[in-house]
Design a protein around this ligand. Structure first.
Ligand code: ARG
Length: 482
């Protein structure tokens, strides 16, 4: 049977075993124990400093918590599996070690402000590790872009050959998607960086606590302004989940392209044997499972976002037990994002580009039609008319078979005298087509080089910002390493 309930005072009957199991969350929230201990250490230091409990008692509890953390870490101690939740589990272990003085830890605190604090600490750490991994994938994209500066492939609209682009340009498109993800995550981090502890169950506390001190010890920038809001707010989980849903959408798009490019129809990439998997029946198969799984797992994160939003929508102030359902999906979201970022990084590092296949795919694909039209515009023809002229040339090619590059000077001059002196070879050269798109953000060589510099600069700023955040004591509160 379960250990005696820490709240059993007013009850004369034991909790039904089925109700205990239904109510319990330890299976899910046990991973919060390091944050729970950290929060308790800060709280108890403050209680001692403010004279709410004796300094020696505070010290004894702090020491007990530190020893407990070390033993949980090493596996010498384990959370009692029959505890209701992680907070009760930690307190139960502490009580076993220290006796009644452990009961002073929960002075001026409730599990409601405690759990909100624990998950905010968790979110802040998780945001950091995810940001680190986003930056890692961005680095891979940057170096692949550097290695393929002059590789040209057909850029697509409607999944049809549209205009030639640089492979580096294509890869860097994903870089900027991830840059927004990292930035959004930072923004979510800032709103998670608020201490709810000190809100009590819902109304604050009768003890003269020092919330600012606890915030400083735990590395929170601010303290919450409204206790009712503080114990029932889960916006920070919603925001982080929304950021990660968008991140997953980006990874999924990237993986979708890798899957397409890996198909025998495209044949634009080869995924390494170390990142692909075989079939149990078809001996020839080498499947892009990693990319497919990332695409597939995106759905769970969208589902998790919907679950959280739905869980929140009907809650009256302040804490309701519904909120206990916030963790399972959130942990899944974090685990999924981390696993997918790691997988995508590995997959990209072990992918080679078949540049000759990319080049071959542009033969006869009409992807330089706009360049022909632009040539006529430079000779003074209004763009709409130029569009029509080149459209007719495409029709000719289609009827005859062959691409724009196969047109003769006679064909061109028949279409428009403004083609006089034009070099069909140059006009239909994919590299030239790409290189002449010199506008900032375009696919020309200099433009892509400038973009790549911007990407590197962006990365170094992002890295510095992340280091600044991790330099703050949210990793280890003062006293935890004493
Ligand atoms: N396990 C609970 C949760 O995750 C902790 C807070 C419990 N509060 C309460 N009033 N029963 O939300």
């Amino acid at each position: 049977m379960s250990s005696p309930k820490l709240w059993a005072g007013r009850f004369s009957q034991e909790t039904d075993a089925a109700v205990h199991d239904f109510n319990a969350s330890l299976r899910i929230d046990s991973r919060l124990w390091p944050y729970d201990v950290r929060g308790s250490i800060a709280h108890v230091i403050m209680l001692g400093d403010c004279g709410i409990i004796g300094v020696d008692e505070a010290d004894q509890i702090r020491q007990g918590l530190q020893d407990l953390a070390a033993d949980l870490e090493s596996g010498k101690a384990t959370l009692p599996p029959d505890a209701e939740d992680v907070h009760m589990a930690v307190e139960t272990l502490l009580t076993q070690r220290l006796g009644p003085v452990a009961g002073k830890l929960h002075t001026a605190r409730s599990r409601n402000d405690q759990v909100a604090t624990d998950i905010r600490l968790y979110v802040k750490d998780a945001a950091g590790s995810i940001a680190q991994r986003i930056i890692g994938v961005q680095e891979v994209l940057c170096s692949l872009a550097d290695q393929h500066k002059d590789v040209i492939l057909p850029g697509m609209t409607h999944l049809q050959h549209a205009q030639p682009v640089r492979l580096a340009h294509h890869l860097l498109a994903y870089f900027w998607m991830l840059a927004r993800d990292e930035d959004r995550l930072h923004d979510a981090f800032l709103r998670a960086d608020v201490l709810p502890l000190g809100s009590g169950a819902l109304a604050g506390t009768t003890f003269a606590i020092d919330r600012r001190k606890v915030a400083d010890l735990l590395g929170f920038s601010e303290i919450s302004r409204n206790s009712l809001d503080a114990v029932s707010d889960r916006d920070f989980l919603l925001e982080t989940t929304a950021c990660l849903a968008i991140l997953m959408m980006h990874l999924s798009r990237l993986c979708e392209e890798l899957i397409l490019w890996n198909s025998s129809e495209f044949g634009w990439i080869v995924m390494g044997d170390n990142v692909t998997t075989g079939s149990s029946i078809m001996p020839q198969k080498k499947n892009p499972d990693v990319a497919e799984l990332v695409r597939g797992k995106t759905g769970r994160v969208y589902g998790n976002l919907t679950q959280l939003l739905t869980m929140m929508k009907g809650l009256p102030l302040a804490y309701n037990k519904d909120l206990q359902e916030d963790k399972e999906s959130f942990f899944d979201t974090v685990d999924t994002a981390i696993a997918c970022l790691d997988a995508v990084g590995l997959l990209l590092k072990n992918t080679t580009f078949r540049v000759e296949r990319m080049a071959a795919s542009m033969r006869g694909d009409y992807s330089t039609a706009t360049d022909l039209a632009d040539h006529l515009v430079r000779q003074g023809l209004p763009f709409r008319q130029a569009h029509e002229v080149v459209g007719n040339l495409v029709k000719t090619c289609e009827q005859r078979g062959g691409g724009l590059e196969d047109l003769t000077s006679a064909d061109l001059l028949k279409a428009s005298l403004l083609f006089t002196g034009a070099e069909i070879g140059a006009l239909t050269d994919p590299a030239q087509s790409a290189n002449t798109r010199r506008t900032p953000g375009g696919t020309g060589r200099e433009a892509v080089e400038a973009q790549s510099d911007q990407a590197r600069e962006h990365l170094s700023n992002a890295r510095q910002r992340l280091e600044r955040i991790h330099a703050r004591p949210n990793k280890e509160p003062a006293g935890a390493d004493a």
